[in-house]
Design a protein around this ligand. Structure first.
Ligand SMILES: C[S@@+](CC[C@H](N)C(=O)[O-])C[C@H]1O[C@@H](n2cnc3c(N)ncnc32)[C@H](O)[C@@H]1O
Length: 244
């Protein structure tokens, strides 16, 4: 009886784990039908480039808001330990804690991720100061934040501009901020995001997924490239690399 229950629980856990992995991969390698394809693709390309330049193998890695860990596969076999911290439980989670109060000793990690989390945190400076504390000297921090996006949930607090990011990351010795897309792609991504919100019915979203979303994704990418514009006033999302 008990064995049957244990077996069912481990099957459920394995299924949930598979679902979380799939969700992460869908963010890392988004389909063209994803309304956020432009920023997700931009972020992956930036992170791939930065991670290739981060020295060391056998890395101790921390992921704040790590319920899903989309960027973990980019590290390939360079991970000694990967610790996911989040407020909500998932099969990938290691530690249930707030980013504002990390239960770790100072100088434990080589690399920290915090992607698409700080907009939900009332005091983002507290999370950044905790990340700074738990990083080793010379450790790296990879951050991704929205600068323009419709309100997602009632719990959201912020959008971030480069000036605020430089201010928040002032304790770090080197900070590099890159727009995940230029203004043209930013406009097309925002149109997709708004359509996705306005389409209240599942069937309508399914139609958009195979019509408007891929057309706007490809149209934005093509126009951005053909225009040669480097304007980033409407960048909509930023990636940041900071070194302690
Ligand atoms: C939009 S998801 C981002 C997930 C993943 N990092 C990514 O890039 O796809 C935001 C996550 O941040 C978590 N989160 C929000 N506030 C947090 C806090 N103060 N400390 C730790 N995690 C938090 C949420 O529970 C959620 O799992």
């Amino acid at each position: 009886m008990n064995q049957g229950r244990t077996a069912r629980a481990s099957i459920e856990h394995a299924k949930e784990h598979e679902r979380v992995i799939r969700e992460g991969l869908a963010r890392l390698y988004p389909s063209l039908t994803n309304p956020h394809w432009l920023v997700l693709k931009g972020r992956r390309e930036i992170f791939q480039r930065w991670i290739a330049d981060i020295p060391g193998e056998q890395l101790y890695v921390l992921d704040i808001g790590g319920r899903i860990q989309p960027y973990r596969p980019l590290l390939k076999d360079r991970v000694k330990a990967y610790v996911g911290v989040d407020l909500s439980v998932s099969s990938s989670l290691d530690v249930l804690a707030r980013g504002e109060e990390l239960p770790f000793r100072p100088g434990q990690f080589d690399l920290a991720f915090c992607t698409q989390v700080l907009q939900y945190v009332p005091e983002p400076a507290m999370v950044i100061s905790e990340i700074f504390r738990v990083l080793k000297p010379g450790g790296h921090f990879l951050l991704s934040v929205p600068s323009a996006y419709p309100i997602d949930t009632g719990e959201e607090c912020w959008r971030f501009l480069p000036g605020a990011l430089r201010h928040l990351l002032a304790p770090f010795s080197r900070v590099q901020i890159e727009p995940e897309v230029g203004s043209i792609c930013g406009f097309f991504r925002t149109t997709n995001a708004c359509l996705n919100i306005f389409a209240k019915y599942g069937w309508l979203r399914s139609i958009l997924r195979y019509t408007a979303f891929p057309v706007l994704n490809l149209g934005g990418a093509l126009l951005q490239r053909m225009s040669g514009s480097s304007n980033a006033q409407f960048a909509v999302n930023y990636s940041v690399l900071a070194r302690k």
